[in-house]
Design a protein around this ligand. Structure first.
Ligand SMILES: Cc1cc2nc3c(=O)[nH]c(=O)nc-3n(C[C@H](O)[C@H](O)[C@H](O)COP(=O)(O)O)c2cc1C
Length: 331
């Protein structure tokens, strides 16, 4: 079991607080309205909560510092658009300070109502029922006036990163004995993990699983606890260890904040020169990491896909296989 960390209340670090609050897995919404000048406004929110069935009430919390606070606090109607997995980019856009968040976004309106985003899993159109100021946020309580239910997989949010659920349903397509791993790099060094038996054998962070999503979620949370907040980005290598009948699916990850490795002898960052190449668990890991360091120097990454005739590295101008595309591999 993980150690409990007691934090004196007068020393609460906001980023620590955000991390702990972020352990509560949520969906993601975009809250929209029309401002006093008739312009569409919106922001990404995961603080959405249903409050009451009779009368039908919902709430969402908006930061007092949000640029759109005034528009929402004074509007007559707003909508909660529940995002589908395919709307992840939209979520990032509405979480940014981009000038025209609605440029190129398709939406409809009912009369003078708020923008209802196309492709949402659901939207909930509300009257502005009550505004409650609480701490550094304002609660917008809405009374539901109309609803729409769409289709698709939900977008999730957990510990500061997006989570997709469709992979869970794809599980039977992923071969048993698959190891999902990640090359986590910071400042030219990669993170390696010591074998669980305590021997001086090292491998990339990862573990065997039949579900990429379940495993990566656990790995991201574990690294976060160790003080290495990581975003898992793009597919890097797929290879098979024939003697062990094991498939490796390896992603590239980037460290979000300066890592601060805590309490661990089992995880360590190695530069190319420090790396104990002969103590890597498999020769294939050594080949992959050498390629990684070479490609990193040139800032051009490829994707290696193993095959019976020896495998090949596909060069990519831009990395095109984000983590969420892994099901393509299994088909
Ligand atoms: C997944 C996610 C959830 C968020 N949830 C909220 C939220 O519930 N309330 C909030 O005020 N900001 C939330 N934010 C941050 C806002 O989306 C962000 O500050 C945005 O820039 C506000 O837009 P505005 O300044 O144009 O109003 C969230 C961001 C992300 C990525």
């Amino acid at each position: 079991m993980n150690k409990a960390i007691r934090v004196p209340l007068d020393h609460l670090d906001p980023s620590h607080l955000r991390r702990i609050f972020g352990s509560f897995l949520t969906g993601v919404t975009i809250v929209t309205t029309i401002d006093g000048e008739g312009q569409p406004r919106g922001f990404t929110a995961n603080s959405f909560t249903s409050v009451s069935l009779d009368p039908p009430l919902v709430l969402v919390c908006i930061d007092r510092k949000a640029a759109s606070l005034r528009a929402f606090a004074s509007c007559e109607r707003f909508a909660i658009n529940v995002l589908a997995e395919s709307q992840r980019d939209l979520s990032s856009r509405f979480a940014s300070k981009t000038g025209d968040k609605f440029a190129g976004v398709s939406f409809e309106k009912i009369g003078a109502g708020p923008p209802l985003l196309a492709g949402s899993l659901a939207w909930i159109d509300c009257e502005n029922h009550q505004i409650v100021e609480v701490g550094d946020h304002v609660l917008l309580v809405g009374k539901v006036v109309s609803l729409h239910e769409g289709a698709g997989e939900p977008l999730g949010f957990f510990k500061g990163g997006y989570v997709s659920f469709s992979l869970e349903r794809e599980t039977p397509k992923i071969a048993p004995n698959t190891v999902f791993g990640c090359i986590v790099e910071h400042d030219g060094s990669v993170l390696l993990m010591r074998e669980h038996d305590g021997s001086d054998v090292w491998t990339i962070p990862g573990a065997a699983s039949t579900s990429a999503q379940a495993h990566m979620g656990g790995l991201i949370a574990k690294l976060d606890d160790l003080g290495v907040p990581v975003d898992v980005n793009f597919l890097y290598s797929v290879f098979e260890l024939l003697d062990q009948r094991q498939t490796y699916i390896v992603y590239r990850g980037t460290v979000r904040e300066r890592p601060n490795l805590r309490d661990c002898e089992c995880f360590k960052f190695f530069s190319r020169d420090d790396l104990c190449w002969e103590r890597l668990k498999h020769p294939q890991l050594s080949t992959m990491l050498r390629r990684y360091f070479d490609e990193r120097d040139r800032s051009r990454f490829g994707v290696y896909v193993d095959s019976k005739d020896g495998g090949r590295v596909a060069k990519l101008e831009d990395a095109v296989l984000p983590f969420s595309s892994i099901e393509m591999l299994a088909q």
